[in-house]
Design a protein around this ligand. Structure first.
Ligand SMILES: Nc1ncnc2c1ncn2[C@@H]1O[C@H](COP(=O)(O)OP(=O)(O)OP(=O)(O)O)[C@@H](O)[C@H]1O
Ligand SMILES: [Mg+2]
Length: 1024
């Protein structure tokens, strides 16, 4: 289980290589690598050894070991004997001035009479320096390992050597552990203090590096991430522990290699590897029996522990505790914890676990019970994290029912705070604890299940909710709890399921209504109405939903809007707001704002997120502002409200698809797809894929659009809403941006057929595309426009399409001035979105505008040409040029980038696309960010930068950016706001740029149309 690659360690390698460089230049030195056991000191030494070998260095190595009585000069002897064996030390060395010393250290070298010569550190060090003095090699590398174990002679030798390397081509690398005091450690600290050597503390690996290492150990298999999560949580960033734990997991069968790679097996748990346990126990034993017992009691408490509780737990005096902790601190088992006063922690989690695994079960239970009782006494009411902490201790004490009760309390608190992820985890743990109890209390079981259903319902985790609901209802019944609790549980489940599986939701609702009817309880009946309203709106029964919601709201108002009535009012207002949203946005805002007020009064965080979400949606619909929605998405993700967060991400992806920042749209769509697949919400997953298809479409990547659309259709086969999106948006956009209008018409008609079957409101985009395409094609345009309006498409971006569609129809009817006004309206409505939509639509209507005499066709086409040149939509740019040419208008020259190239850079041959890259590099963006911004690959950015560096004669990227002001002062003066807003990414543009870079110039993609101009491709662009 060894990682074939070195993970991380860039700064350390950098320091080592620099030291090697200096040695090669004749200025040698020493470098001490210290750190925890197994942190990777030797691995670094091996790495530098390979590098040195590649450079032609002679290498010598020795290692201190721990025998009963250390042999004087052990590592030095080993080094020399190894040199003898490999031939670096030959017999003639025995004849040198230090021959006698060498001979006594390397018996193979000696004549019989020289064997017992006197040696002292000074002569040994001089002899070593002589041997190391490289004969015929680039330099020498001496590696001495584990000097914390070295004998005093070796240490004194090293001390002398390090002071005498400065003018020799020798690098000496020393490794030693710093987790325990040692003479070696004292010595190197002294040497470092007098600046005779460098000292580097090798840090532990980060979590990401542990994951990377696990992956490398497991042949790069993706299970490594899961393995890192489950197995390696306690490895403390120690590479040694990573290897040992993985090897132990393979031995136990928890990690299994099969034909298709590594798999983690459930139901098997791996014990801490013997290699780790052994060393921890050894150190504990060395403390003496009483101290060992006290430290064991601390270990039971946790990795961090409050030592002031230890006297009560271990039943000893405070003085004894202090003495034990002082000793443990001296041998570096524990250290102060950042929580401050009273808190200490084990330096390694694994040490703590190893100590615990050494306790017999009865002892562990006794200690844990004592610790739990001590915490309860010290912290009445168990505020904050104490509650879970104590629950864990009771669990270890085998007092499972008490543990479950505390976990229920902790889970309830998390739920209240809106930390849904924590809540579900804690409540699931409560369930497991109670299962272990000998005779579990049925009421407690019912309480836990109820809370868990609530948490899962709020998280939106349908997957886990479904099986628990049945069980929980059964438990509540068995525990003879009040029937209305059962009804509430069923309503929660109905609420959660209503969007995903209306039939299941309806069944839950019917069961809840039956209970309410039997009880004749008005509160429960009002609750049923409120949830029924929600289910109705989710299934598209808008009027039914409104009626129910208004009824439940009225009951809640009558009850004074407090407690349950506030809850009901919130739910009802949400439904009313959604209903209003389809016909009267300001009325919807009023309803949601009332809901938000109620949520504010409530301590219940999830409601506040929901309120923010609804208001964010209204902002988005009214002005395209996504600030509040983004905030709600962030909050939902943070709280672990997955269902909420993916719904918001889908909305964001859908709106951002229409804006200029497609990278942002893409990441929201991907995040949504992944979250939806996690909780098995196929509709949202499919719609996220449909959004991806639209993004591909905008980039004129028809194949990408087709593939994403197919994935969406497969995620929820035969669903009209999904089909309306994939056929009606994704594929249509891909055809339109490739200027294939006929295909767009066919796709759009297919999409509309599905949109007719889909719930109202959903496919607004499809209706908008359809109305305009039908109007332009002269096929029932008026009817298509009316259908689109009736389908609720007359909002935001879609409304712009409808305005242009109406312009075409009015123009044809001879009302040119009205058509012109409608075109202006379309232009205005497109303003908050990416500019290419407006240009695309103008390109679609331009022939009509010319024919019927409205709008500004020539200006439109010139602007559109420039835009499409910049975005790389070559076909659209060509089409616009064609329109201009046919109308006898001036045709703008081709250009690829958006940025104006300053004259001095133009002289150097800098292209406008290179200028795009340059502008962003000067703003401090990394290549990856520039690539994302311009939708080109990082490789292409690199190519542009390299070309800029070459053309400007600078010394690399940094120099280029640092001297930007000198090259073109406009680069550093004045904001590039226009660029920021409109830097338009496009894969086709990337392809063009790559081709241009590959052919060493910037041939115009429009050569066919304007050969004369393309020859002047690098000349100033004429302003249109
Ligand atoms: N950065 C790393 N990437 C991949 N593997 C590593 C890395 N660092 C260490 N390892 C592996 O972890 C194991 C332990 O590392 P190493 O022996 O270098 O630790 P050490 O600090 O020298 O320990 P000790 O104090 O016991 O000598 C080795 O098998 C090593 O190959
Ligand atoms: Mg080592």
């Amino acid at each position: 289980m060894r990682s074939p690659v070195l993970v991380g360690r860039r700064p350390e390698l950098h320091a080592l290589v620099s030291a090697l460089d200096r040695a090669e230049a004749g200025a040698g030195g020493a470098l001490f690598l210290t750190g925890d056991p197994g942190v990777g000191k030797s691995r670094l030494a091996t790495e530098i050894s390979s590098l040195a070998s590649a450079r032609g260095f002679a290498r010598y190595a020795g290692c201190a070991v721990q025998p009963a009585s250390p042999l004087p000069f052990g590592p030095v002897r080993e080094t020399l004997r190894a040199a003898w064996r490999t031939g670096s030390l030959d017999k003639t060395a025995g004849d040198s001035p230090y021959g006698r010393v060498l001979a006594s250290l390397v018996p193979e070298l000696a004549l019989p009479r020289q064997r017992h010569a006197e040696v002292n550190p000074l002569t040994v060090a001089e002899a070593m320096l002589r041997v190391l003095g490289p004969a015929g090699s680039a330099g020498s590398l001496l590696i001495l390992e584990d000097l914390h174990l070295a004998d005093p002679g070796t240490l004194a030798t090293v001390d002398y050597i390090t002071d005498n390397l400065g003018d020799r081509p020798i690098l000496c690398v020393v490794t030693l552990r710093d987790d325990e005091p040692s003479a070696g450690l004292d010595m190197i600290r002294m040497i470092y203090a007098r600046r005779s050597a460098d000292l580097m503390v090798v840090p532990r690996l980060s979590e990401a590096e542990v994951e990377e290492m696990a992956s490398a150990c497991l042949d790069g298999d993706p299970v490594a991430a899961a393995a890192a999560g489950r197995l390696l949580g306690g490895c403390d960033g120690l590479p040694f522990a990573v290897e040992e734990i993985l090897a132990a997991a393979v031995a136990s069968g928890e990690l299994e290699h099969q034909m298709d790679g590594w798999h983690l097996k459930d139901g098997i748990s791996t014990e801490i590897p013997a290699s780790i346990v052994g060393s921890a126990r050894h150190r504990l034993t060395a403390l003496g029996p009483q101290a060992a017992e006290i430290i064991a009691a601390s270990a039971v408490f946790g990795r961090q522990f409050d030592w002031t509780l230890l006297p009560a737990i271990a039943g000893v005096s405070e003085l004894d505790v202090i003495a034990a902790l002082t000793r443990a601190r001296q041998v570096q088992l524990i250290e102060p914890d950042e929580r401050g006063h009273g808190w200490l922690r084990f330096r390694h989690n694994l040490t703590r676990e190893a100590i615990i695994s050494g306790l017999i079960p009865a002892d562990l239970a006794r200690c844990s019970a004592a610790a739990a009782a001590a915490v309860e006494a010290a912290h009445p009411g168990l505020p904050g994290a104490w509650c879970e902490w104590t629950a864990r201790l009771y669990g270890a004490a085998k007092l499972h029912a008490r543990a479950a009760l505390l976990l229920l309390e902790a889970g309830g608190r998390a739920l209240f705070r809106g930390a849904l992820g924590n809540a579900t985890q804690t409540l699931s743990a409560a369930r497991s604890e109670l299962r272990r109890a000998k005779s579990p209390d049925p009421t407690l079981a019912a309480d836990i299940d109820e809370a868990l259903v609530k948490a899962l319902a709020l998280t939106g985790d349908f997957q886990r909710l479904a099986p628990i609901v049945e069980e929980a209802v059964g438990r509540l019944e068995a525990a003879r709890t009040e029937p209305r609790r059962r009804a509430r549980l069923l309503l929660m489940a109905a609420h959660t399921e209503s969007e995903r599986d209306p039939a299941v939701a309806a069944a839950h609702l019917a069961a809840a209504r039956a209970i309410a009817d039997r009880l004749g309880n008005p509160v429960t009946s009002t609750w049923v109405d409120a949830v029924a309203a929600r289910c109705a709106i989710d299934t598209g029964d808008l009027n039914g939903a409104e009626e129910l919601a208004r009824r439940s709201l009225a009951s809640a108002e009558a009850a004074g809007l407090a407690g349950w009535a506030a809850d009901v009012a919130f739910e009802s207002l949400e439904v009313i707001g959604r209903r209003e949203r389809t016909r009267d946005i300001p009325a919807a805002r009023i309803a949601f704002e009332r809901g938000a007020k109620i949520a504010e009064r409530e301590e219940f965080a999830v409601r506040r997120i929901r309120a923010l979400h609804e208001l964010g949606t209204i902002d988005m619909l009214q002005g395209g502002d996504t600030g509040r929605l983004s905030e709600a998405s962030e909050m939902a993700r943070h709280a672990g409200a997955i269902a909420q967060s993916i719904t918001i991400d889908l909305q964001l992806a859908n709106i951002w698809c229409l804006g200029p920042d497609l990278a942002r749209a893409w990441s929201a769509a991907r995040r949504c797809e992944q979250g939806a697949s996690l909780i098995r919400a196929p509709r949202i997953e499919a719609m996220a894929l449909a959004a991806q298809s639209l993004i591909y479409g905008v980039r004129a990547d028809r194949e990408g659009a087709r593939m994403a659309a197919t994935r969406a259709e497969n995620a929820l086969p035969g669903d009209p809403e999904v089909l309306a999106a994939t056929r009606g948006h994704g594929r249509v956009a891909a055809s339109l941006f490739a200027d294939d209008i006929q295909q767009a018409l066919r796709d759009s008609s297919a999409g509309i057929w599905h949109a007719e079957q889909a719930p109202p409101q959903s496919p607004g985009l499809a209706w908008a595309f359809h109305a305009l395409l039908q109007a332009v094609a002269g096929v029932e345009g008026r009817r298509a426009l009316e259908r689109a309006r009736a389908a609720g498409a007359a909002v935001g971006w879609s409304q712009a399409w409808l305005a242009y569609a109406a312009a075409v129809l009015d123009g044809r009817a001879g009302n040119a001035s009205h058509a012109a006004a409608l075109a202006d309206e379309g232009d205005e409505r497109f303003r908050p979105y990416a500019p290419w939509w407006n240009h695309l639509v103008r390109r679609l209507v331009v022939e009509d505008a010319i024919k019927d005499g409205w709008g500004n066709p020539a200006t439109w086409m010139r602007e559109a040409t420039r835009e499409f040149d910049a975005t790389g939509h070559r076909r659209l740019a060509t089409a616009c040029r064609g329109v201009l040419r046919r109308s006898g208008e001036r045709v703008p020259r081709s250009g690829r980038g958006k940025a104006q190239v300053p004259v001095q850079l133009r002289r150097l041959g800098v292209t406008s696309r290179e200028m795009d890259v340059f502008v962003l590099a000067v703003q401090g963006l990394s290549n990856t960010d520039i690539a994302a911004r311009l939708f080109i690959s990082a490789k292409t950015v690199e190519t542009h930068i390299a070309s800029l560096v070459a053309k400007t004669g600078r010394d690399g990227r940094r120099d280029l950016v640092a001297n930007a002001g000198r090259l073109a002062w406009s680069l550093v003066v004045g904001p590039h706001t226009r660029y920021h807003r409109a830097a338009v990414p496009c894969r086709a543009a990337a392809a063009t740029a790559v081709r241009a870079a590959g052919s060493g110039g910037s041939p115009s993609p429009l050569r066919r149309y304007s050969p004369r101009r393309s020859r002047r491709g690098q000349q100033p662009r004429t302003s249109p």
